[in-house]
Design a protein around this ligand. Structure first.
Ligand code: 13P
Length: 339
């Protein structure tokens, strides 16, 4: 591992109030998103959609990296440039989702374990040649009355650490993504407690596996009320609780924390990130790595129609600009109205 090169990439991912566009939906997930707007999911429609996103004029001002899916990293722009090369040319770092999805955890069927370690070393070498300089692996921790179990948290933390060590060996920056889901009726306190346990297990395993913290990015959930909880915590409370938990569990050597949106509305995901950056006084850069919260409005504006490409791009740039302001703590609700 050449740590300095990994650090340079990780720093670039969080510099200049920029964040990541997570566009790594698996074929099954993008099909669901397309279905909602009445678009058939084909290799060509998926390429047209990603082409619309990646060629949005000015994207590089707000976006430092894009997470691609296996099919997408092999696809090209409409002018026949591989997406990874096109993005690199703009100063946007291409990344790749390398996990193979969350599957039922043996002996605890209500929980999930993320698969994809077999053959990962070889896949990472290929992705590096295709231009990827960072990768992503998502573990999911669900909350209900009797879960998560310590078994599920440990198993997922160990897989995340094995993945991260393999990435660094291949000169690829690992995004370590332990997502405590916001589904359910639990309150913010429960989310905080489960997030603390999860991050503790993850950093224990990262240490055991010799992962260099300077050459990784953490992509956690925010500490937030469950979606069905009748008492939704305020923006301020989410910001304070999230920072409290992160300060307790995330070493200062980690260069950046880039949050997932996890089902929050686009505006709320921006407001939460902004509130955290307003509070300041934290050792890492706090930025975004949003999928749905960056894409939902753009997808809706595009609707799969070539003549609506500009509308889709405008919606994406607006969200990206709002989130970039949130990285600086200068986002205001007026920015939404101005658009
Ligand atoms: P969401 O922001 O939609 O949660 O997606 C981010 C992501 O990459 C999930 O793995």
């Amino acid at each position: 591992m050449r740590l300095q090169e990994l650090e340079v990439i990780a720093q670039k991912m969080v510099a200049g109030n920029r964040g990541l566009l997570a566009a790594d939906e698996s074929t099954g997930t993008i099909e669901k998103r397309f279905k909602a707007i009445g678009v058939a999911s084909t290799e060509e429609s998926r390429r047209a959609y990603r082409n619309m996103l990646f060629t949005a004029p000015g994207l590089e001002k707000f976006i430092s990296g894009v997470i691609l899916y296996d099919e997408t990293i092999r696809q090209k722009t409409l002018s026949n440039v591989p997406f990874a090369d096109y993005l690199t040319g703009l100063g946007i770092v291409p990344g790749i989702k390398v996990d193979k999805g969350a599957k039922p955890l043996a002996n605890s069927p209500d929980e999930k374990i993320t698969e994809g370690l077999d053959g990962l070393r070889e896949r990472l070498q290929e992705y590096y040649k295709l231009g990827a300089r960072f990768a992503k692996w998502r573990a999911v921790i669900d909350i209900s009355e009797n879960i998560p179990t310590g078994y599920c948290i440990r198993a997922n933390a160990q897989a995340l650490a094995r993945y991260a060590a393999l990435c660094q060996e291949a000169q690829i920056v690992p995004i370590v993504e332990p997502e405590v889901l916001m589904d359910g009726a639990h309150g913010i306190e429960r989310c905080a407690a489960v997030t603390v346990s999860t991050l503790k297990a993850v950093f224990d395993e990262l240490y055991t596996h010799g992962v260099a913290l300077e050459g990784m990015i953490l992509k956690p959930n925010m500490v937030i009320s469950g979606m069905l909880c009748p008492h939704q915590a305020s923006v301020e409370q989410v910001a304070r609780e999230t920072l409290r938990v992160l300060k307790e569990r995330v070493p200062a050597a980690v260069p950046g924390i880039m949050f997932l949106s996890g089902g929050q509305s686009a505006e709320l995901a921006t407001a939460h990130l902004n509130a955290m950056n307003v509070l300041s006084n934290h050792p890492w850069k706090l930025s975004f790595s949003y999928g749905r919260a960056l894409q939902a409005q753009s997808l809706e504006a595009w609707k799969g129609q070539a003549d609506r490409q500009m509308a889709g791009q405008k919606a994406l740039i607006h969200r990206a600009a709002c989130n970039s302001s949130a990285c600086a703590g200068t986002y205001t609700a007026q920015m939404e109205k101005a658009a």
